[in-house]
Write a protein that binds this ligand. Sequence first.
Ligand code: ADE
Length: 482
Amino acid sequence: MRFHILTLFPEMVLQGLSTSILGRAREKGLLSFDAVNIRDFTQDKHGRVDDYPYGGGAGMLMQAQPVYDAWRSAVSGCASDRPVRVIYLTPQGKVFDQKLARELAQEEELVFVCGHYEGVDERVLEEIVTDRVSIGDYVLTGGELAAMVMIDAISRMVPGVLNNGESGETESFHENLLEYPQYTRPELWRGRRVPPVLLSGDHAKVDAWRLEQSVERTKRWRPDLYEGYDLPGRALAYLLRDRLFHMDMIEDIRRGQAEVLTVREDGVIIRDVPTGICMITAETKDAGERLLSCVGTETEVFACHQDFVMESVAARFRKSCVNECFQAVYTRRQPFPEEELCGIRPLTEAGLEPVSAYDDLYARKELRAALRGGAVFGAFVPKESVSPQEEDAALRKERVLPPERCVGLIGTHEEGGMGFLHVLEPYRRRGIAAALEKFLINRTLEKGWTPYGQIFPENEASLRLQEKLGLKLCKRRIYWIS
Ligand code: ADE
């Protein structure tokens, strides 16, 4: 990897980067450092590169022209076919962290611009800089030390720079955790023993102990980092305390379609990525408010697990349309025996019969999305009779009437719950709804998922069906608000 550093103090930078691990990596040809002296590019006969700021104020500014020419000289020799990222070191930039180090280590070349004096003429920064980066909330006398800090952190992520290939991964900040404590000989020092587990020779136990230490340290010393650690795992641990009530959120995470936004000791908020729906559960109104503070106004639909959260959503996001549901979960693992009652096949938008009984369902954009996603199944029975109108219409269009009709349907909502269950009136009470739901439960189990659905409390037929099929019902309400 090649670093170009534009600076007024090239010797300072080169000296700092020539020792220890980076010096060795340079000798091995893994890294190279090109310190470009900005002063070499001045057009001033006295060698000046700074001037007074327009509008007055303390100190001097670096002029645009020498910085610009130094940059042109640095990038003129770049082999890369895409533009090289140019980093300006400034306390006003985005704060540097391990994630950015990892990202920048993917580049083949980088240019660093080190300011001095009170700063650099804004116009050249606008012209050449791609990233403004700070190494922390304090002010240094120039960008050189900051550039060296960044180059050090980036270089150690470059393959081969560290001897032990593993250590770039496992050290502090990997997965938002601080590193565990380490010990070397002697076993006993000033009355302090090395933790016995490290002498046990049991690698699994050592790994578990180290992870526990990392988690504990991060919680205690860097609660800000801990907030971002293993969000899905921590969210699941919370939600599983009330499994039936939270199955919608649990499944969204397990199926890999959730972005976990925040996990607190008293609540969780996630976003279903395909639909943008936010699902939220909280123990108090205050916890709910805090969780909602990370959600933007673009969110259209919320599934709230408490009425007070629903009220907060209504007030904060000006939403008023509320639907209440119970949640039913199929907690067993065994599928139902396949039945021959009717043919059940995937349904497409074209396959949905244009019967008025389906109009309300079809008006719902969720159903159309599920149809397009191949997530809807129809129950087909042989056509018993054809009305004269149907026959007429078919003859006029020289079309053959299909031998079957679709008399019911069921599907999986994009966010994961079973739904859309509907059977045409003349075909009810024949077990078609049960056959459809059994079929969908079996398909859901095949994917390794837990089948669940949400039912309106007034839909007694559906509640009875869930009971008959052995689903467990949670009678705490979920409030959909949009
Ligand atoms: N230049 C001066 N202070 C700085 C800081 N904190 N980070 C990056 N560059 C700087």
